[in-house]
Ligand binder design. Structure first.
Ligand SMILES: [Mg+2]
Length: 195
């Protein structure tokens, strides 16, 4: 059975934006990391909540979703950030590096132009802090067409909360149940046609 995808952002989700005074949440630990190709003398700071690691790992252990990084950290999400949270390794979406000055150059999240063709008809729960109304309308319309789509949008200054992951879990459980009953129904129909 194909699992729904879980698309996961980092900035504004796992690493909330600093407050106006530059402070980061006390729940988060500051790390200094070297993304691929970065000058070793010029590391990048990132702050992460270790609790997110255990909560996400527990969610993923349920085998209800197929996780994929969907972040401008790209491959560094899997090689640099994931290990800091002790997450199991999972793939990343190879997003391009568009020359844009806003994350909504066409009124919706720029990543969607790449996510949509990649998704095809797959079900998806997508966690990102940067959706617009157009993205939410897209999700509703996609769901109505029979491709379940849930957008979860943390406050970028607070980041991911336990409740967001509970929502992922509940939605994914519902998808599994719906899919299970559909398959049973199909098997029933197939059985009847053989009679
Ligand atoms: Mg973000």
């Amino acid at each position: 059975m194909l699992l729904p995808y879980l698309l996961l952002d980092i900035d504004g989700v796992l690493a909330p934006f600093p407050a106006a005074d530059g402070s980061t949440p006390s729940t988060h630990i500051r790390h200094s990391v070297l993304p691929a190709g970065r000058n070793p003398d010029d590391p990048v700071p990132i702050w992460l909540n270790p609790t997110h690691g255990s909560l996400l790992a527990a969610l993923l252990a349920g085998d209800l979703v197929a996780p994929v990084w969907c972040t401008s950290w790209r491959r560094d999400a899997a090689t640099v950030v994931g290990p800091l949270l002790r997450l199991p390794e999972f793939p990343h979406l190879d997003l391009p590096r568009p020359q844009i000055t806003t994350s909504h150059p066409s009124g919706y999240l720029w990543k969607r132009d790449h996510v949509e063709p990649w998704l095809g008809e797959s079900a998806v729960v997508w966690v990102d802090d940067d959706f617009t109304d157009l993205d939410h309308a897209w999700a509703s319309e996609r769901t109505a067409r029979g491709h379940p789509t849930l957008l979860i949008q943390p406050d970028p200054y607070i980041g991911l909360q336990r409740a967001h992951l509970v929502a992922v879990q509940e939605w994914a459980s519902l998808q599994a149940t719906a899919k299970g009953s559909l398959e049973t129904e199909h098997q029933g129909q197939a059985g009847q046609s053989r009679l």
